[in-house]
Design a protein around this ligand. Structure first.
Ligand code: MN
Ligand code: MN
Length: 315
């Protein structure tokens, strides 16, 4: 897995995430990028089962060096495409337990799981595996929605509920959690109460627009020094930049703001991450898949830059 210069045109060969080597044995990696092609938790427009393949394809565009973070992630860290987790199509509880089992193997090997969904229901089983190793984790959740809904037509496990279940199962340290990008119409005035009662910090899309990068970094400083999970729902970004998603909401982040949010946690101890809710059937000209590919590159760059930052300056 030595750092390889680019030898073939980016549109050639078999597509993997970020043109990384494909491995079946994750031993010795720093980061395993895994596809989780499951959208059985979608409550409105499905299609995110097709996202891992589409993002692999679109991520061929990504290059090697991140000029903003001044890092070569593939040189500094051992990163590979570990393929997709095999998940059943319909049975959601079985799907969740298979995801937990797969991620547990990754986490126990000391490898950081970076998962490409799939809908947001996949974050719960990932967090179950991550919390088993690290205890309740700090959380950066970038999303238009809080995903703390209790029950959807009798279903407790959907993409609307992962962080409600995570709260009940004590997988997240909600005193060190933030939800960024929240907006849109709600079912009732009380929808935001659950997060408020659990002490979750919320930065709406509207408030984020008023924060500069330095202020944002200060707002997120409370996440530092503890194991942090990053969950990035592509619908946090405005439908103008991310039309290919199941539950679009107007008034969202620009693609540049989305990257700024990730850079604002530089120096945090990231132990896992996901990118979810890209739905290729609703995409146009790969706009959303290209954005997701860039977010993927920014997350691996952020992990590399953060490890360097911690090594030089401490947590
Ligand atoms: Mn979500
Ligand atoms: Mn969402």
């Amino acid at each position: 897995l030595d750092f390889q210069p680019i030898r073939a045109p980016r549109f050639s060969q078999i597509a993997t995430f970020l043109r990384l080597p494909h491995v079946q044995d994750i031993t010795g990696l720093d980061i395993a990028v895994l596809g989780v092609p499951f959208d059985g938790g979608s409550t409105y427009r499905p299609g995110s089962r097709f996202a891992p393949r589409e993002i692999r394809q679109s991520s061929s565009l990504m290059r090697r060096y991140n000029p903003v973070l001044d890092v070569y992630p593939f040189k500094d860290l051992r990163i590979a495409d570990a393929g997709d987790i095999d998940v059943p199509i319909v049975n959601i509880e079985e799907a969740l337990s298979r995801i937990t089992a797969a991620i547990q193997t990754v986490v126990e090997a000391g490898v950081l799981p970076l998962c490409v969904g799939g809908d947001h229901s996949i974050s719960l089983p990932i967090l179950r595996a991550v919390a088993r190793r690290y205890g309740p984790v700090a959380l950066l959740h970038v999303d238009a929605h809080q995903d703390m809904w209790d029950d959807t037509f009798g279903n407790r496990y959907t993409h609307s509920s992962p962080f409600r279940r995570a709260a009940e199962e004590s997988l997240v340290d909600f005193q060190h959690a933030v939800q960024i990008g929240i907006r849109g119409s709600l079912a009732s005035k009380n929808d935001l109460d659950f997060a408020r009662e659990h002490g979750v910090k919320t930065i709406s899309a509207r408030s984020l627009a008023r924060l500069g990068p330095v202020e944002l970094r200060n707002e997120l400083a409370f996440l530092r020094g503890r194991p942090l999970y990053v969950s990035f729902d592509i619908d946090s970004v405005d439908p103008a930049y991310a039309p290919g998603t199941g539950t679009p909401e107007i008034g969202g982040l620009t693609s540049r703001e989305a990257v700024d949010v990730l850079h604002a946690v530089l120096g945090c101890k990231i132990v896992g991450a996901d990118i979810v809710e890209v739905s290729p059937p609703y995409d146009h000209g790969c706009v959303t898949a290209v954005l997701a590919a860039n977010i993927l590159f920014e997350i691996v760059s952020l992990v590399a830059a953060s490890r360097r930052h911690i090594a030089h300056q401490g947590p």
